[in-house]
Design a protein around this ligand. Structure first.
Ligand code: 5GP
Ligand code: MN
Length: 362
């Protein structure tokens, strides 16, 4: 019989229909986690809120189970996540490469959180691909590349990897281990990866999990303030500058493009995380369906895409701009100059003219 996708979004039905860990793999993992192991938990390059939340939730959970756990990120995370419990323990590859290489080489298990292709681990991904420990992916991005992973807990139709870490803990029979620090991290994952429940948040289950996190002690308004109300004056002025002076509106394609040069960043004393969120602002215009932020880095232009409705930002990025992501939020890079990159965007948009011409109605 061909299974029909249920209208009901309950966890048991969704887990039955989504590709995920089979019963055999679940029991193998339960056995593996049943006795103390050396474990490294990792997340993707340029960690965002979901990366940090799923990483730290897993870190706390595994430590509570009695494992010897290290938490590793490829590069510096934004300061507005430093309040999260456990951030002081995080090792940063761009600062302590040798130590991390040793930890990876000696780990029996390695959790790969919020990324589904080994390259997204950034600089140390070649090392990660070669070490003997078992690699377990927990992720919600489309088109997973399962090479190099021993276990793939990949569920695309999910708010965040944090929600999957919650599912994983429950699947391991460890729901009683959930506590406030874990819940704070998982809540951060969900709230940041859904733009505070404004996208990727149409599953009832996401709210059921969120309700459980709140009942474990999460103070939702406090977490919101800790993440979002922490701007420096420079960061807010950079945002004003970006929208006032660096936004190009391409009416024909319902697209807005914001570009920030190295000089702009220098002028406003750029710190990691300062440009996060800027890409969302142009979408506040009714007429805009696609927003693109170009940020000039040392050797490339970072590209950030956000879209409304069904416009597949990830497809455009994977076709033309060396990246990918989700339907409405994707990222990539360009190795051309800023000018050339803007030209290239203008060149490819006509291909999407029809798809970009829509108005969201009730
Ligand atoms: P952001 O614009 O916030 O940097 O990225 C938005 C989303 O796009 C991320 O959550 C991630 O899923 C995806 N993404 C960002 N950069 C890349 C990249 O270089 N490659 C791929 N495959 N996905 C990316
Ligand atoms: Mn995510």
């Amino acid at each position: 019989m061909i299974p029909v996708k249920p209208a009901d979004n309950s966890l048991s039905l969704r887990l039955f229909f989504e590709p995920m860990l089979n019963i055999q793999q679940q029991s193998e993992l339960r056995i593996l986690l049943g006795e103390s192991k050396k474990i490294v938990v990792t997340t993707h390059n340029n960690p965002d809120g979901d990366a940090m939340g799923s990483l730290l939730a897993m870190y706390h959970y595994l430590r509570k189970k009695g494992h010897d756990v290290s938490a590793v990120v490829p590069n510096q995370f934004p300061g507005f996540y430093s309040w999260m419990p456990g951030t002081d323990d995080i090792l940063i590859y761009e600062k302590t490469a040798k130590k991390i290489q040793k930890l990876l080489a000696g780990a029996q298990l390695i959790f790969c959180l919020d990324y589904n292709a080994i390259e997204r681990f950034g600089a140390p991904s070649e090392i990660l691909a070669r070490v003997p420990g078992k690699r377990i992916m927990i992720d919600h991005h489309v088109d997973p590349s399962p090479d190099h992973f021993d276990y793939n807990f990949s569920v695309v139709n999910t708010s965040s990897s944090g929600e999957l870490v919650y599912d994983f803990i429950v699947m391991m029979g460890d729901k009683p281990l959930l506590d406030k620090p874990i819940a704070d991290c998982l809540y951060t994952s969900i709230v940041t990866d859904t733009g505070s429940f404004s996208y990727a948040a149409n599953n009832a289950k996401t709210y059921q999990v969120t309700a459980e996190l709140v009942s474990l002690g999460v103070n939702a308004s406090q977490v919101h303030r800790l993440i979002y109300d922490t701007f420096t004056e420079n960061r807010l002025r950079l945002l004003g500058h970006a929208i006032s002076n660096r936004m190009i509106v391409l009416d024909d394609f319902h697209t807005a493009l914001v570009y920030l040069t190295k000089d702009d960043l220098k002028k406003y004393d750029f710190k990691v995380g300062d440009t996060e969120g800027i890409v969302n602002y142009p979408l506040m215009m009714d007429k805009i369906n696609l927003s693109i932020l170009l940020t000039e880095k040392e050797n490339m232009i970072r590209m950030s895409f956000r879209s409304k409705g069904g416009f597949p930002a990830n497809q455009l990025v994977s076709k033309y701009f060396n990246g990918g992501g989700h339907l409405n939020a994707a990222g990539g890079k360009s190795f051309a100059t800023m000018e050339k990159t803007i030209e290239k965007v203008k060149e490819v948009l006509p291909e999407y003219r029809k798809e970009l011409d829509f108005k969201l109605n009730y």
